[in-house]
Design a protein around this ligand. Structure first.
Ligand code: KE4
Length: 451
């Protein structure tokens, strides 16, 4: 399906101005082919592109919009906040209010510092861990993505894997050498690194529910095993909950799995769609951060009143009934995709964690980076275009999560499953051609039927 004319024209102009025409690589459709529709507006679970086409959205800004696009109440709160000023560069009560909310929802966070992105949060948490332990090395997991900080662009997931640069050029060899790689869901791989680099590893950083190789939940015992291994070596455990925070539960993955990290990184939902990241944890660690302590980190727009207003609204509207509803919708979509793939005879493994899921074109199981990257990305690309042509907008990458929101309905999910059924059957056809929606031929009326 050729992208709409306006989007084509806009993309051509964008590529004159922005590298690859985008401000974040995965948006350019490099992994799935074709050119992206340019989005004009959104409401609820719908996107509307520059040519007026609408889509049921499962990117949801890559996770922040658990309440859906453009909630009216949030719009009103932001308008009121904007009239009071957009940024002061001085302390405000709003930061204290959001910080108190975060502490209440995530008890392991005794102190929190707001920044402007998940990348800033993870970079700062690792700097703090290195300062607190006097050690330089960190352990991350192949396929996990913690933002674009140099230390993390080693076998990184998300767009780095999608676009084939899991270890990015430009990362100094010394930096990469201090980043050790373990295998997700394999505590032994971490224990071996801790022993081999005894006394030199500052922290293990992990997505407690991996989302950046596609969704890969932690195996039983994995997170408790990391906690025990870190304790044995006096290495800090950092949970990167930028995706899972407030998504898998009100208290994040650490509440679901009952493992208390030393530091937690947050993003996405905490900003309600505005740029907010945060890191926090034990007070004895966080109070080393300037100006309370010597470890430096700063930010012009950190704690920005508009972003804080959005974050307060987003976290204040999380409820047990919301999570029950999101879990039910997630299960409905996952089961629907599985059934459609079975009917089409297409090998599909759907990994889900509540309201975030990934359909892998892989017979399964998908439990780590190796199995995730063995998925048939060409088939995913064809499936993606089959859905897009039918008014459904999933992530343009096999290695991302599909996000549901409070604005999605059962009807949206059922329509998505029907579109998936058609796209998968087309995929399974010998010509494997997808993307052209099968025109629902007008039902022929039997001869002699009443006119
Ligand atoms: P940001 O700097 O993009 O706000 O957050 C970085 C980050 C950190 N940790 C985790 C677990 C993350 O998933 C992310 C960012 N997620 C990607 C999507 N998987 C952002 C989308 C993009 O890069 O365009």
């Amino acid at each position: 399906m050729a992208p709409p004319a306006n989007s084509t024209r806009l993309f051509a102009r964008a590529r004159q101005v922005l590298p690859g025409g985008v401000d974040s690589p995965v948006r350019a459709f490099g992994a799935v082919g074709g050119r992206p529709p340019f989005i004009d507006r959104a409401r609820g679970a719908r996107l509307y592109d520059a040519d007026g086409r609408s889509y049921i959205d499962y990117v949801m800004s890559w996770g922040p919009l658990i309440h859906g696009h453009a909630p009216r109440e949030l719009g009103g709160a932001l308008a009121r906040a904007a009239r009071r000023g957009t940024s002061f560069g001085a302390p405000t009560a709003l930061e204290v209010e959001l910080g108190s909310l975060v502490r209440r929802l995530v008890p392991s966070i005794e102190r929190v510092r707001f920044v402007n992105s998940g990348t800033e949060a993870t970079m700062s948490a690792v700097r703090l861990a290195r300062a607190a332990t006097g050690r330089d090395r960190i352990v991350k997991f192949a396929g996990c993505y913690h933002g674009h900080g140099d230390a993390f662009l080693v076998q990184a997931g998300s767009g780095a894997t999608t676009l084939g640069v899991p270890t990015s050029p430009g990362v100094p060899k010394g930096t990469a050498a201090d980043t050790l790689i373990a295998r997700y869901n394999d505590v032994g791989s971490v224990a071996r690194l801790l022993r081999a680099h005894r006394g030199r590893i500052a922290a293990v950083i992990v997505e407690p529910v991996a989302g950046n190789m596609g969704v890969v939940p932690p195996a039983d015992g994995f997170l408790p095993g990391l906690r025990a291994a870190c304790d044995e070596h006096e290495t800090l455990l950092i949970f990167d909950e930028v995706i899972s925070g407030f998504r898998t539960a009100k208290g994040g993955a650490q509440a679901v799995y009952g493992v208390r990290p030393d530091l937690t990184c947050l993003g996405k939902i905490i900003g309600g769609g505005l740029p907010v990241g945060a890191y926090g944890g034990r007070a004895d660690l966080m109070d080393r951060m300037s100006p309370a302590g010597p470890v430096y980190q700063a930010g012009t727009l950190s704690g920005n009143p508009l972003a804080m207003t959005a974050g307060i609204w987003a976290l204040s509207n999380l409820s047990a009934s919301l999570y029950r509803r999101l879990a039910a919708l997630g299960a409905r979509l996952a089961d629907g995709l599985r059934a459609a793939a079975a009917a089409a005879g297409v090998p599909l493994t759907v990994n889900a964690a509540g309201s975030v899921l990934t359909p892998f074109f892989h017979p399964g199981p998908v439990t780590d980076y190796a199995s995730a990257t063995a998925a048939d990305t060409a088939a995913y690309g064809a499936f993606f275009h089959g859905l897009l042509a039918r008014g459904v907008y999933p992530p343009p990458s096999q290695f991302e999560g599909w996000f549901l929101s409070a604005a999605h309905t059962e009807r949206d999910v059922d329509r998505t499953v029907r579109a998936a059924d058609q796209a998968l059957r087309a995929l399974a056809r010998p010509d494997g051609r997808v993307g052209r929606p099968r025109r629902e031929r007008p039902r022929r009326r039997p001869r002699g039927a009443d006119s």
